[in-house]
Structures are given as structure tokens and as C-alpha cells.
Design a protein around this ligand. Sequence first.
Ligand SMILES: Cc1ncc(COP(=O)(O)O)c(C=O)c1O
Length: 400
Amino acid sequence: MNPDRPAILGGAPLRPDGPPGWPPRDSAVDAALRALIETGDWGRYHGPHVEALREALSAMHAGANVHLCAGGTAAVELALIGAGVEAGDEVILSGYDFRANAANVLALGATPVAVDVRPDTWQIAPAAVLAAFTSKTKAVLVSHLHGGVVEMPTVRAACDRAGVALIEDACQYPGAAVRGRPAGTWGDVGTLSFGGSKLLSAGRGGAVLTAPTPAGERIAARIRRYVGRGNDLSPLSEMQAAVLLPQALALAERTAVRGGNAATLRSIDGLKPLAPPPAREASSGTVPAFYKAGFQYDPAAFDGLSRERFCAAMRAEGVAFDPGFAALSTLFSAKRVRFEGDLPHASEAGRRCVVLHHPALLTGGEDLAAISVAIERVRAWAGEIAAAVPVSSTSQSLEL
Ligand SMILES: Cc1ncc(COP(=O)(O)O)c(C=O)c1O
């Protein structure tokens, strides 16, 4: 058998055990879990862990007030509520975003206003945000996606001029810095996720960050009033907080490892990274986080191989590539979401984005080396893969 034959065509996979899993085995998390059993804290409503996590996250986020909650989706809804979004209001967001962000706006009876992304980074385009303000705009919701970074100073200035709240979704970006400030602190309110695939993981969980200012305190107070019903509507448990704390303390070191490894994947023909070049990052005080490393996939560099077949072939090799998000225009009708024009670049992102899941960026070594080898193997056999692989075997994995 030809040793280079791709696994999707019957060859031997480069990583036969599949991509590294998540969460990884972590001795500090093991110790936290053992301590939960010994103390009985795992089963208590209240204890020291939620408070300790709040303090650690606050220290990592410029003294922000931290409200812990049940998930990143819940955190975004709470952020919208905290920003005062109500029925009839408009919230500007990217036409290429996590679908729950638009769904959260709709759940409050408000209208998502979807704008285009920048063609080079596929992050929300500040100029498009500016053009979409109306008298009904209550908030702008921006997400840093797939290692890419939103131009926060420009968006911040636009929101300040318009007197509109800025919500910074850092669910994919914990531990990142944007122009010298921790991601999640540029907004009037920021969000984090602790979902099962996320960089800080407790299976589920999230956080809302508000600035330690009178304006931030008003947002935090609105959130507290909303969730405080004698009991917390959407809490994070002691058990979750206990396993998150050691991960939060290790985050800076792991962010650096992932960033260094992601930097080795920057000059692959047909896969243009969404993250800014490392030299530019360093000089501007930007440190990206890689929950997924996103790329602009160019089928022309792979003999016309579709994105879906490319991802299926990479997964067969044991390398965790998936298609990115679908554009919001393919998920929501124009009756529910106001689309500011055709949003050609957001549509393009929905069709061409591929994302590499983050665990290999932390394990490095052979998991990292396999990525480039697998890409070149798939490129060399692209014509055969296109001819042999049915479209039905290329569906997207369900992981968030
Ligand atoms: C940008 C973004 N926002 C919000 C969320 C929601 O987080 P959760 O899965 O914790 O609800 C996600 C999850 O993938 C996300 O990627």
C-alpha cells in the first residue's frame, strides 16, 4: 500500500487514535476533584469555590465585576439584559457569528441587525457597524472568532459616540489581550464560556464581566435583579468553580503555548489564518487566544476540493478540522433578522471558513506535526478524494 495514501481513501491515518481529546488530564483538576469529594463541597449550594473563581477571573480582567452563570449562551443573554435591551430595540452584530447570539437578541423581542465582516479577517467590520446605527440601536454585540480579533478601539469609539452599549463576547477568547487590554474588558459588558470544548472547561458554565465603574455597576445590578429570585436563576455550581480555578491559573501559560504553535501554521497555501500576524500582534499588545484556529480555505489551492471533503479527509487522518459557522443569513429569515445588505463577506465566511480544534495546539509534538503533513497529503490526493468521497460523508461534526 502506498504509505502516503490518505486515510479517507483507505490509507493508514497519520494519528490512528484520532486528535487529542478535551479536556486533557490535568493533575491540578484531579486534585480539585479529590478535594471536592473529601470536603463534601461537590454537593453544597454554597462554599468557597465560586467566590475564589470570581476573584481569580476578576484579577485576570482588570478588576471586573464577575457574575458566574450556567453557560456562555446564558451569559450573552444576561449581558443583553444588563445593557437594557428590550423588545423593540435593535442590536447590531456580525452576519458571521455564533447563532445563539442572534437567537438571544430575538428571545428578548429585540431585532438583530446583521452587518458584514472584514474580507481579510472575517471579524465584524467596524465601518459596517457605524453605518448600521439607527435611533433604535441599543447595543452592539461583537465576538472574537476562531483566533481572530475584533478592532475594539474603533468599535468602542463608535459606540461611545452613539451612546450605545458595547457587549464583547470573549467566549472563544479567554486569556487573550486586545491592544493591551484583556479581552472581555473593552465592552461595557463581556462574556466568557466554560463549555465542554472551551479553553476553560467545566462541561458547562459561563461568566459576565462588567467594569468596576458606576456604569458597569448599573449593568451588574440589572443582571443581579434579573437572576436573583430568592435563588439564582442560572447559577454556576461549587463543583464547576472548583475545577475551573486551576485552569484559570494555568491559562496565561497555555495561551502562550497555543499561540506559539498556531504561529507555525501561518504559511500554508490555501489556508489563510484569521488571526493577525504574530509580529503585528506583539507590537500592538494583542495576544490572541485559540479556541479554534480559523482559516480562509481556498479550494483552488486544493485542486477544487470542497471545504467539506477537505475537513472529512483531515478528520480521517486524525486532525480535528471542521467547517466554521454558517452565515446568519442561512439560519434566520429576513423577517426576524435585519440584514444590512447582502453581506457578501459574511456569506463567504460561512462557505469557506475551516477551523482547527485547539487541543493539538497545546499538546504540540506529533499532534502538531501531523497537521501540516496531513494538509499536504490531502492536497496531493485532492482530485482522487473529490472523485471518491460522497458528499454525505462530509457532514459537519456537532461539536460547538
Ligand atoms: C462566540 C460564542 N459565543 C457564545 C457561545 C456560547 O457558549 P456556551 O456553549 O457556553 O453556551 C459560544 C460557544 O461556542 C461561542 O463560540
